[in-house]
Design a protein around this ligand. Structure first.
Ligand SMILES: Nc1ncnc2c1ncn2[C@@H]1O[C@H](COP(=O)(O)OP(=O)(O)OP(=O)(O)O)[C@@H](O)[C@H]1O
Ligand SMILES: [Mg+2]
Length: 407
């Protein structure tokens, strides 16, 4: 349908001075006819182009509408059962309802039985989704035994002790709890400022109790499609049951378990559903054997109390910013593998690090090492730590450390 955009040449009137009066008149007549003809042709073309413009405009409108519905309507997940002459048979996840529906020609060519698709309220197929196992694999991190040990964690010995008691002991000596007749805590919630070792602690306890560590970030549970978050929660607990003894760790739990907000958007409702699923998994947890549940947050104030009720996250452990001794221990840990000059006093360095988290101290140690390398030395000296501290302080100021909460 390619139309040449170029316009026909304009006819020219050529009058020869040798011509007779009658010949001139005839030439002028002919010229006039050509002009009239050309005018007709051009107005035909104009109609044609205007028509096409109208078509394009309605196509644009149509796409805009489709885009709007995609943006606003809730999408559900379904699987393609069969592709028939009359349309596509899909089965909706969650309620297993089978429906005959249509897919746009663009999508239909790509659909295969077994595909996961997103459908809208009226069951129309909107999108083909990635393989389910892919999306699960992306959302969960599974480690047979993570590489963190208690000795890698400094300054929070009391918290380590509490976590061992609540997680490790019930995994290793379930009989003891039975004999004494007490229930171990259902879930352990670690809370405290960023970079204080919460994730490390969860990994270490899984490692040291020879349990599979299954980590899911709360933000991963906040999914685009209706039912997908709660499905992932179910999968998480199923996977743990297959791999027991296991520690389930939900990081940034505030993403799915924050206090109810007033807004009634479908996204919020979906987050609520995911939290409900989590609560019901935890409530039905007694018979599940050697699985322990941990979670972490640095937004304790945001949490919905429902998640903290007995039988749910009923053991709260605060992981605070390290004090002077803790900072010294953490600095020792992070300089252990470094070639530090014999006269360096980590205690003196640590005293200056008021307000530093464990993560800050880890980067300070790395920075100090970088200064030694830049100077062409093989040993890290006291002044490297001071320079590193100044550098981090400057970086702090320029970056004006807005803590990036999700809300
Ligand atoms: N108590 C600690 N002892 C030793 N290293 C620590 C400690 N706390 C933090 N670190 C260092 O900081 C890094 C980040 O720690 P971690 O991920 O455990 O923090 P977090 O409390 O989970 O933080 P967030 O709330 O941001 O998730 C660790 O990999 C480690 O290098
Ligand atoms: Mg963490």
């Amino acid at each position: 349908m390619s139309h040449s955009p170029s316009l026909p040449d304009r006819p020219r009137l050529e009058l020869d001075p040798e011509m007779s009066e009658a010949e001139r008149l005839e030439a002028i007549r002919q010229h006039y006819r050509r002009i009239v003809h050309m005018n007709e042709e051009l107005s035909d073309r104009l109609d044609d182009v205007q028509g096409r413009r109208g078509d394009l405009k309605s196509e644009v409108d149509q796409l805009k509408r489709e885009n709007e519905t995609l943006k606003t309507s809730s999408l559900y997940i379904a699987s393609v059962e069969e592709i028939t002459e009359d349309g596509v048979v899909i089965k909706q996840h969650g309620n297993n309802q089978e429906v005959l529906t249509q897919a746009s020609t663009r999508l239909e060519a790509d659909l295969r039985p077994g595909d996961r698709v997103a459908i809208n309220d009226s069951f129309a197929v909107q999108q083909v989704l990635d393989d389910e196992t892919d999306s699960r694999a992306q959302a969960m991190e599974v480690a047979e035994s993570p590489d963190v040990v208690y000795d890698d964690i400094g300054g929070i010995d009391e918290q380590i002790r509490e976590v061992r008691e609540a997680v490790e002991d019930p995994l290793e000596n379930p009989e003891q709890f039975e004999t004494v007749g007490v229930e171990p805590p259902s879930g352990v919630l670690l809370h405290g400022p960023p970079g204080t070792g919460k994730t490390m602690l969860a990994k270490a306890v899984a490692n040291e109790s020879d349990a599979t560590f299954i980590k899911m970030a709360g933000s991963e549970l906040v999914r685009k499609f209706i039912g997908e978050g709660s499905r992932l929660v179910r999968d998480l607990f199923e996977l743990a049951a297959e791999r027991e003894p296991a520690v389930i760790f939900i990081d940034e739990i505030d993403a799915v378990a924050s206090k109810r907000t007033d807004s009634k958007t479908s996204g919020d409702a979906e987050v609520q559903r995911t939290m409900m699923q989590l609560l019901s998994e935890m409530d039905g947890f007694d018979e599940r054997g050697e699985i322990r549940i941990m979670a972490a947050t640095n937004r304790f104030d945001m949490l919905d109390e429902a998640i903290l009720r007995p039988g749910r996250f009923d053991r709260l452990i605060e992981v605070p910013e390290p004090g002077p001794e803790g900072r010294e221990r953490i600095l020792e840990i992070h300089t252990q593998e470094m070639n530090v000059a014999a006269d360096v006093d980590v205690g003196v360095v640590a005293r200056e690090l008021d307000g530093y988290s464990g993560a800050d101290i880890a980067s300070l140690a790395t920075e100090a090492g970088m200064f030694a390398i830049r100077d062409g030395r093989t040993e890290v000296i006291q002044s490297d730590f001071e320079r590193a501290r100044e550098k981090l302080q400057d970086a702090d100021k320029t970056e004006d450390r807005v803590i990036n909460y999700q809300y």
